[in-house]
Design a protein around this ligand. Structure first.
Ligand SMILES: Cc1cc2nc3c(=O)[nH]c(=O)nc-3n(C[C@H](O)[C@H](O)[C@H](O)COP(=O)(O)OP(=O)(O)OC[C@H]3O[C@@H](n4cnc5c(N)ncnc54)[C@H](O)[C@@H]3O)c2cc1C
Length: 485
């Protein structure tokens, strides 16, 4: 059974609408569905956004969730001061749907302007050595061209991509006309004149997508650049370009969940979904079976490939579910017994080619200057390496790496929360990473309905990314379902 919204009309639709404008803008589509029953799998942002749109339209909707909490890949660490984020970290005023949800469900927003300068200051460590930034322009490890020698490694590559980005709109990445750009980011950067030394230093040490520039599509990185540019252009003059939610970002999905008429059922680990002529069934590991007119499934592809689907997914969509992976990323949230950064006279934040590519001092305390906790980010191959270890060994390796570079930190750090998103069976990674060829191969097929089963989730978003992408996809899938009944 095919969708009444083709990929292109889906794209036009999600560009045009944002939450809150939905009911007013599409009265013809939003008919009250008194009899329809919909099961939504997943209480992350996309599932909750879908459920709330359906509920507003009069549909009987129930959300079921495998974990014991809402939020999915949004997870605020409530055991540390200021609730640092282990998942979705920050957003901007251009996240129209997310900001609207916060306002609708009375979640306060926190402007990050007073603390931005602290997050922006990083110490550079290469080959185990500290390189003061004033020595960086003339340092022998600096591979950048003359006009960029002052640029620190973590700022360089996004600038190159933004400057040469041929995409004019945030949805152009799924336009078949751009399929020729679905090559490796590495090949594209080389074609822009970037050397191997530059790509290694400025991307492969701290890969935001994939484990290096070789296994991520240039087209995806162009969409990232387009989305960032669009967000900047939507920033409200005089207001902070970065926001978080009071109580941690998890407060937003929690408040959305609180607005549902039917309580979410937790601990329902979905193992199979069956679509028949007149109904759909969802089977959970604990033996619970749900029957509904329609099912909305919000789980990411690496999780979905473990759920048995009847009828089987076919063609490009089957390939998407089997091969679209999510970013491997680990975090350690730490408390410092003493401010070791004061002892060694450096900012707590680091960029390093060691195990911990990014150490962040969180500024979520009483005053902007206060370091309330520290977060170690580990990405790519290093994260995959940690995932091979027992958790205690992984934590010890993280601490040892920081102490190696910062002797003043010796014995001062305690890991309060360690998170491997890849080892979490309900996520199996972070955001979707489109490898070279995958966008042209199946980006327009990944969200096709399969009988009575419809799909949403950040990986199905077209015009937005991350948390706003999840919200966009929830809205789109709710309209797909409403449009069918
Ligand atoms: C470290 C990190 C940093 C991030 N930073 C940002 C950022 O700064 N800005 C930004 O915009 N985005 C960021 N993101 C991305 C953003 O958090 C996600 O894109 C978004 O939250 C995804 O929402 P979703 O609804 O698509 O998926 P999810 O949140 O993953 O929701 C899916 C839900 O389905 C449930 N589920 C899975 N399998 C099953 C099953 N078998 N049975 C029942 N339930 C199941 C899950 O438990 C989950 O609750 C970040 C993510 C991470 C991890």
């Amino acid at each position: 059974m095919s969708s009444t919204l083709t990929p292109l009309s889906r794209r036009r639709f999600v560009q045009a609408l944002g939450a809150g404008t939905l009911a007013a803008s599409a009265p013809g589509i939003l008919r009250a569905q008194k009899g329809a029953r919909v099961i939504v799998i997943g209480a992350g942002l996309s599932g909750l956004a879908a459920a709330l749109v359906l509920q507003d339209a009069g549909v009987k909707v129930k959300v079921i969730e495998g974990r014991q909490r809402v939020g999915g890949r949004i997870m605020s660490i409530r055991s540390l001061p200021g609730n640092p984020e282990a998942g979705g970290t920050s957003f901007g005023p251009g996240y129209a749907r997310l900001v609207n949800a916060a306002k609708t469900y009375n979640v306060g927003l926190v402007e990050l302007t007073p603390v931005l300068r602290y997050y922006g200051t990083r110490e550079l460590f290469l080959d185990g050595q500290h390189i003061p930034l004033n020595e960086w322009p003339d340092h022998p490890r600096n591979p950048f061209p003359t006009d960029a020698r002052k640029t620190p490694p973590w700022r360089y590559i996004a600038g190159v991509t933004a400057k040469a980005n041929p995409l004019k709109t945030t949805d152009a990445w799924v336009d078949p006309a751009n399929a020729g750009l679905d090559i490796s980011y590495y090949d594209w950067l080389k074609a822009q004149g970037q050397s191997d030394a530059i790509i290694d230093l400025a991307y492969n040490i701290e890969p935001t997508h994939g484990s290096s520039a070789h296994d991520v599509s240039a087209l995806m990185m162009m969409q990232v650049a387009s989305f960032i540019a669009a967000q900047r252009s939507l920033a409200v003059p005089g207001q902070s370009p970065f926001l978080t939610a009071a109580g941690g970002n998890q407060s937003i999905p929690e408040a959305m969940a609180g607005a549902l008429n039917q309580e979410i059922e937790f601990g329902r680990n979905v193992e199979s979904i069956r679509s028949e002529n007149d109904l759909a069934e969802v089977h959970c590991a604990d033996g619970t079976i749900y029957k509904a007119d329609y099912v909305i499934c919000s789980v990411p592809c690496p999780v979905l490939r473990r759920i048995h689907m009847e009828p089987l997914l076919t063609g490009a969509q089957a390939r998407a579910v089997q091969t679209l992976d999510s970013q491997i990323i680990n975090q350690a949230h730490m408390r410092a017994k003493t401010p070791f950064w004061e002892a060694d006279g450096k900012a707590p934040n680091m960029f390093s080619d060691g195990l911990v590519c990014n150490l962040v001092g969180e500024h979520k305390g009483q005053t902007p200057a206060e370091v309330s906790s520290l977060t170690a980010w580990i990405r790519g191959h290093n994260a995959a390496l940690l995932d091979q270890m027992p958790e205690a060994d992984a934590k010890a390796a993280i601490i040892a790496d920081i102490e190696r570079l910062r002797p003043a930190a010796k014995g001062q750090l305690e890991i309060v929360e360690y998170k491997s998103w890849y080892r979490d069976p309900f996520s199996s990674g972070d955001w979707a990473v489109w490898q070279p060829g995958q966008i042209a191969g199946f980006a327009n097929a990944v969200a096709q309905p399969n009988g009575r089963v419809h799909f949403c989730g950040e990986h199905t978003a077209v015009s937005n990314r991350g948390m706003e992408g999840a919200m966009e996809s929830g809205e789109r899938v709710a309209l797909e379902v409403l449009n069918r009944t």
